[in-house]
Design a protein around this ligand. Structure first.
Ligand SMILES: [Zn+2]
Length: 315
C-alpha cells in the first residue's frame, strides 16, 4: 500500500513519480509547528497557495505525472490541507511524510529520551494518522530526515535510530538527505544496527556528490539512491548516472526527481516549464542518448511503487 494525502492506493496506481519535490519550504516554526501539532492553518493563505500551485499540478498531470513525493517534513512546512486540495483537483497523488518535526536543538533538552520520544511520535503519526481531513485519515508514506553536513552528529545519529525503530514497527521507509558521500556509511550503520533492512533507506541527493564507489556500496548493502536533482544544466551528468546504474544492474534501486520548490517556481515566469522538464525534456534526452525507453519508464513507475510500498494496511 502507498499512503497518500487522499488515503491509500496500490503501487500500480502511482504512475510516473517525482520522488523528491517540495511544495513550499517554510522556516517559520510557529507556522510549521502549528500545522503539525495543532492543525492550525491560515485558510486565506492556503487559498493563495492552492491558486499558485494548481497550474503546476495540472501541467504535471498533462505531462504524464501520476504521483509526487512531498519532501518537506513537518518542520519544513508540509501543509496537508493544501496538498490534499491540490491532489483532489489535479488527480496527481501526493505522498506526505513524517520525520523531522522539531528543531535539532531540542536534542539538548531530551538527550536521554530523545530516541524513545521521537520514535513513539513517528509510530503514532502512522498508526493514528497525521491529521484527519473530512473522512480521510492522512498517514505518512515515509519518514524524512535531513542530516547536517560533516561527520554524523549525535542528534542526527539519534534521529536515524528513532527512524529505524519506527520503520521496523510500521514499515515506513526512510528518506535521508545526505550531501557528502564520505559520510553516508555512518548513517547506514546506524540504521543497520537496529536490524532495519536497507531496502527501507534511500540516500537522497546521491547525485550531489556522486561518488560511484559509495553509490555502489550503498546498493550492494541493499540501499537505494536518489538521483533527485535533475535540472536542465546537469542532464548529461544525470543521464550518465542512470546509464551507470543500468550498466551495473542497479537501476531498480534508484529514484528520480528534480528537488524544486513549487511555490518558489510559481514566482518565476518559466517555472512551469522547468517543473515539467524531467518528464518532457529529460526523458526524451535520455532515450536519444541510448537509454531504453521501457527501462526508464520502469525506473519512474515501478521503482517508487516498490520503495514506498508499506505492507501494513490501515484505512
Ligand atoms: Zn529536497
Amino acid at each position: 500500500m502507498i499512503y497518500t494525502v487522499c488515503g491509500c492506493i496500490k503501487g500500480e496506481q502511482m504512475g510516473k513519480t517525482l520522488s523528491h519535490e517540495h511544495f513550499k519550504w517554510e522556516v517559520d516554526e510557529d507556522k510549521t509547528g502549528g500545522m503539525y501539532f495543532e492543525q492550525l492553518y491560515d485558510e486565506a493563505e492556503n487559498q493563495v497557495l492552492i491558486e499558485k500551485m494548481l497550474p503546476f499540478m495540472m501541467a504535471l498531470k498533462s505531462a504524464g505525472c501520476g504521483s509526487i513525493v512531498e519532501a518537506s517534513p513537518p518542520f519544513g512546512g508540509q501543509n496537508l490541507r493544501v496538498l490534499k486540495s491540490l491532489s483532489e483537483i489535479s488527480g496527481v497523488h501526493i505522498i506526505p511524510c513524517t520525520g523531522m518535526n522539531l528543531t535539532k536543538y531540542s536534542h539538548h533538552l531530551f538527550g536521554d529520551c530523545y530516541i524513545e520520544v521521537l520514535s513513539k511520535r513517528w509510530i503514532q503519526d502512522f498508526e493514528e494518522g497525521l491529521e484527519k481531513i473530512g473522512d480521510t485519515v492522512i498517514r505518512p508514506g515515509y519518514m524524512k530526515l535531513l542530516n547536517k553536513r560533516g561527520m554524523l552528529c549525535d542528534v542526527d545519529r539519534d534521529m536515524l535510530t528513532a527512524a529505524a525503530i519506527a520503520s521496523n514497527k510500521t514499515g515506513m521507509p526512510i528518506h535521508c538527505h545526505i550531501l557528502e558521500a564520505v559520510h553516508v556509511q555512518a548513517s547506514l550503520d546506524v540504521v543497520k544496527a537496529q536490524g532495519t533492512p536497507l531496502s527501507k533507506f534511500v540516500w537522497a541527493h546521491a547525485d550531489h556528490d556522486a561518488d560511484l564507489d559509495v553509490i555502489q556500496s550503498v546498493i550492494d548493502q541493499g540501499g537505494w539512491v536518489g538521483f533527485d536533482s535533475i535540472h536542465e544544466d546537469n542532464y548529461v551528468t544525470e543521464r550518465d548516472l542512470i546509464k551507470h546504474a543500468i550498466a551495473n544492474g542497479y537501476e531498480h534501486q534508484i529514484l528520480l526527481s528534480q528537488d524544486y520548490d513549487i511555490y518558489e517556481e510559481s514566482l518565476k515566469s518559466d517555472g512551469i516549464n522547468r517543473y515539467t522538464s524531467l518528464l518532457e525534456k529529460f526523458v526524451p534526452f535520455c532515450i536519444e542518448g541510448g537509454i531504453d525507453e521501457k527501462k526508464l519508464e520502469e525506473i519512474l513507475t515501478v521503482n517508487p511503487s516498490k520503495f514506498y510500498d508499506i505492507s501494513i494496511v490501515r484505512n
